[in-house]
Design a protein around this ligand. Structure first.
Ligand SMILES: Cc1cc2nc3c(=O)[nH]c(=O)nc-3n(C[C@H](O)[C@H](O)[C@H](O)COP(=O)(O)O)c2cc1C
Length: 224
């Protein structure tokens, strides 16, 4: 297990995502920020205009090698991913002196995963997912609150109700994405600004609509 400020192993391990899982776990245990799983997600339009925003990492599977986030499929990011299904992610823990960069193709998560995760969310989040057309303009905050109230009434949820079992199904426009990693880069702050960097790459070949087969990872140390 790596400890803060420890450099990357030498020689480099054959795959990088177990280190990422380890770093994420350490960031949770450090309790230094409310959302240690926050990551910047960069997407681009089909003609190459980039945009970035924060989402939460809700899953990381070193094997076969993907990260999961949940969102509104009709949001700006959802539409950009529909037109250009590749993205980049950055996780950064300042106090651990570590950065993770991940790139690769993005596919929708299986509906069963999205259903299970949606059902685990607080009641108000589930109502909100129906009320908010994420990334669309709205004329006022009051209108938004009216939409939340209307969604709550539609599902028989009373104000202040916390009952997690209330029947608010997952909206069809809301669910998970899996970013399958084909490039992972790890960065650790080093003494005297001689930081430690390494990149792992592999080739992913589509197998059906939402799976890939992967070559083994190839690892390279980079100059900082
Ligand atoms: C700490 C933090 C966590 C967030 N987590 C999510 C998330 O998991 N999913 C999501 O759709 N938006 C999340 N957001 C909001 C997004 O950053 C963004 O405002 C929203 O998804 C709309 O982005 P878009 O218009 O580019 O699609 C989060 C914001 C912050 C600051």
């Amino acid at each position: 297990m790596t400890t803060p400020s420890e450099l990357l192993p030498d020689p480099l391990p054959s795959e990088p995502l177990a280190i990422v899982a380890d770093w994420l776990e350490q960031a949770w245990r450090a309790k230094r920020q409310p959302n240690p799983n926050a990551m910047v997600l960069a997407t681009a339009t089909a003609d190459g205009r980039p945009a970035a925003r924060v989402v939460l990492c809700k899953g990381l599977q070193p094997d076969p090698g993907f990260l999961v986030f949940y969102t509104n499929y009709e949001s700006r990011k959802g539409r950009e991913l529909a037109g250009n299904p590749r993205a980049a992610l950055v996780l950064h823990w300042d106090y651990l002196q570590r950065q993770v960069r991940v790139e690769g193709p993005v596919v929708k998560a299986p509906e069963s995963d999205s259903d299970a995760y949606f059902a685990s969310r607080p009641l108000e989040s589930r109502v909100g997912a129906w009320a908010s057309q994420q990334s669309q303009p709205i004329e006022s905050r009051a209108r938004l609150l009216e939409a939340v109230k209307a969604a709550a009434q539609r599902f028989g949820v009373t104000p202040g109700q916390k009952n997690a079992s209330a029947a608010v199904p997952r909206p069809p426009h809301w669910g998970g994405f899996r970013l399958w990693a084909d490039t992972v880069e790890l960065w650790v702050e080093g003494d005297a600004r001689i930081h430690d960097r390494a990149r792992w790459t592999r080739t992913l070949t589509p197998q059906g609509a939402d799976q890939f087969s992967a070559t083994p990872w190839s690892a390279t140390r980079l100059q900082p």
